[in-house]
Design a protein around this ligand. Structure first.
Ligand SMILES: Nc1ncnc2c1ncn2[C@@H]1O[C@H](COP(=O)(O)OP(=O)(O)OP(=O)(O)O)[C@@H](O)[C@H]1O
Ligand SMILES: [Mg+2]
Length: 455
C-alpha cells in the first residue's frame, strides 16, 4: 500500500459499531482497521499512519476517546479525527473540536451522514498532502535565486543562469511583462563573483533623454543648469558590480549611440567632464518587446542589439508553463499569509483548476497580486472556486449559454474583449503597463477600451 492510500482506524468498544462502520465505509477507503480501546489504537497508530481516525469518546480503557485524539494528533499531526459522541452531549463535541478533531458524529450513527463526513475528511486530507508536497518542492526550488519553477523550461533557465552568472558575459533578457526579468537579473548578480558589489537597476523607459544621459554617465558640477554638484552615474555606482538596463528598447536614439560607444571602448566621461572613466560592470539588459521587430521598425539599433545580446535569456510566459502555477501559488500564499499574519490557506481542487487554466496576461506578477488579494479577502482556511475573481475563472464560460453558434468575428471579438479585461485588471488599470503586457500601443488600447466599454 502506498503513501497516498487513505486508511481509516475505527476505535469503539462496541463490536457492532466497529463492524457496522467497517462494512459501511468500505467504498470510502483503501484500508479500514479497527481497535477496541485507546491502547490498541495507539499501538496501531505507531505502526502506520491512518489519515483518518474515527473514535468513540467514551471508551472502556483508562484513556478516553478525547485523550486518545489528543495523543494521536501529537504523534501524527497530519491525522484527521472524527469523534463519536452520545446524543446530546454537545459539550464533549465542542471539547473534541477544540482539541483539533475535524468533525463529530452523534449516536445513533447515521451511515449516510458519516459517509459524507468521511468524504469531506478525505478531501481535506488530500489537500493537506498536496500542500505538503508543494512545500517540499518549494524548499528545493527557490534557494539563492528566489526563482520558483519546476517545469523543464524553468529548470533549463535556472541552469543557464548558474552557468552565465559565473562569467562576465553581457546578457539580454526577453520576456513578457511580469515574467520575472528583474528577478533573473538579480539572480545573475547574486550568483556571480560580483555579488558583494552593487546591483544597479535603471529603467530606460521612464526617463526623458536629457536626464537619461546624466543618469547613466553622471555629470560634473556646472555641466548644465541645475547641476550644482558632481554626480556619479549608474555606470559609476555599479562599478565592480552589475548594471541592469531595463526596457532597453525604449532608449532614445542619441543614448543608443553613447551606450554603444561605452560598450565598444569600455570608457566614458561624466557629462561636462573630460576625465575618461573605465567601465567595470556586468551589463544585463531586458525588454518585454520583441527586440527584432523594434530593430525592423528602426526604433532600436541593430549594432547595439548585437553588443547587448551576447547571451540571450528568454523567460516563457506563465501560460506556457502552467505546471508551475500550483508551486507559485503555494509560494505566494506562504509569503502573504506570513506578511498579513494569517494561517496558511489551502486551495480547493476546483479553485486550483481555475487558477491553472486562467490566461494570466500579467504573468507571475498578476498571479502574485491575485494570491495576495485572496489571502486578505478569504476568511475561511480554504480558498474555494467562488473566491476566484470572475475575470480569471470566467474564462470557462458555462456551456449552453449561447445556443446559436457565434460568427468568427464575434468569437474573436469576445476573446479580445476578455483578454483586454483580464490584462487591465492584472495591471490594475495602469494603461501603459496593460498596453505593454498586451503588446499593443497605448493608443490602440484606448481605442479598444472605448469600443468594448472597458472603463
Ligand atoms: N519564477 C518566479 N518565482 C517567484 N517570483 C517570481 C517569479 N517570476 C516573477 N516573480 C515575481 O513577480 C513579480 C514580477 O517580476 P519582475 O518584476 O521580475 O517582472 P518583469 O519581467 O521585470 O516585469 P516588467 O516587464 O513588467 O518589468 C515580482 O514580484 C517577482 O518577484
Ligand atoms: Mg521589470
Amino acid at each position: 500500500m502506498n503513501d497516498s492510500a487513505f486508511a481509516i482506524l475505527i476505535v469503539d468498544d462496541e463490536p457492532n459499531i466497529r463492524s457496522g462502520l467497517q462494512r459501511g465505509l468500505t467504498d470510502e477507503a483503501e484500508l479500514i482497521d479497527t481497535a477496541q480501546d485507546a491502547e490498541e489504537a495507539l499501538s496501531k497508530i505507531r505502526q502506520r499512519a491512518y489519515p483518518l481516525i474515527i473514535a468513540d469518546v467514551r471508551l472502556p480503557s483508562a484513556m478516553s476517546g478525547l485523550e486518545l485524539v489528543e495523543q494521536v494528533l501529537r504523534i501524527r499531526p497530519q491525522t484527521t479525527a472524527i469523534v463519536i459522541t452520545a446524543h446530546g452531549t454537545v459539550e464533549t463535541a465542542v471539547e473534541a473540536m477544540r482539541l483539533g478533531a475535524f468533525d463529530f458524529i452523534t449516536k445513533p450513527v447515521d451511515l449516510d451522514l458519516i459517509r459524507q463526513q468521511v468524504r469531506k475528511a478525505r478531501k481535506h486530507h488530500e489537500l493537506l498532502r498536496e500542500n505538503r508536497q508543494l512545500r517540499d518542492q518549494l524548499a528545493n526550488a527557490g534557494e539563492v535565486t528566489g526563482i520558483i519553477g519546476n517545469c523543464s523550461s524553468m529548470q533549463n533557465l535556472l541552469r543557464q543562469i548558474r552557468q552565465v552568472a559565473a562569467t562576465d558575459a553581457t546578457v539580454m533578457i526577453q520576456g513578457e511583462s511580469g515574467t520575472g526579468k528583474e528577478l533573473v537579473a538579480r539572480a545573475l548578480h547574486d550568483l556571480s563573483h560580483r555579488s558583494e558589489a552593487p546591483f544597479v537597476a535603471v529603467n530606460l523607459g521612464a526617463l526623458p533623454e536629457t536626464l537619461l544621459e546624466s543618469e547613466l554617465f553622471g555629470h560634473e558640477k556646472g555641466a548644465f543648469t541645475g547641476a550644482s554638484r558632481q554626480k556619479p552615474g549608474c555606470f559609476e555606482q555599479a562599478h565592480g558590480g552589475s548594471l541592469f538596463l531595463d526596457e532597453i528598447t525604449e532608449i532614445p536614439a542619441k543614448c543608443q549611440v553613447d551606450l554603444l560607444r561605452v560598450l565598444e571602448t569600455g570608457k566614458y566621461c561624466r557629462i561636462g567632464g573630460e576625465t575618461l572613466l573605465q567601465s567595470d560592470v556586468r551589463l544585463i539588459s531586458a525588454t518585454n518587446k520583441n527586440a527584432q521587430s523594434e530593430i525592423d521598425e528602426h526604433h532600436f539599433r541593430e549594432d547595439l542589439y548585437y553588443r547587448l545580446n551576447i547571451v540571450p535569456i528568454e523567460i516563457p510566459p506563465l501560460r506556457h508553463r502552467r505546471e508551475d502555477i500550483p508551486l507559485l501559488i503555494e509560494h505566494f500564499m506562504e509569503h502573504f499569509c506570513k506578511r498579513h499574519g494569517r494561517e496558511n490557506k489551502l486551495v480547493s481542487t476546483e479553485a486550483m483548476q481555475a487558477l491553472c487554466s486562467a490566461r494570466w496576461p500579467g504573468n507571475v506578477r498578476q498571479l502574485r497580486n491575485v494570491v495576495e488579494r485572496l489571502v486578505v479577502t478569504v476568511n475561511s482556511d480554504t480558498v474555494h472556486l467562488d473566491d476566484i475573481p470572475a475575470e480569471l475563472s470566467g474564462n470557462a464560460k458555462s456551456p449552453g449559454k449561447s445556443p446559436l453558434p457565434k460568427t468568427l468575428v464575434e468569437a474573436v471579438e469576445e476573446a479580445e474583449r476578455d483578454c483586454i479585461a483580464q490584462a487591465l485588471s492584472a495591471c490594475e488599470y495602469h494603461r501603459e503597463r496593460t498596453a505593454k503586457a498586451l503588446g499593443i500601443s497605448v493608443r490602440t488600447l484606448h481605442y479598444k477600451m472605448n469600443r468594448y466599454e472597458l472603463h
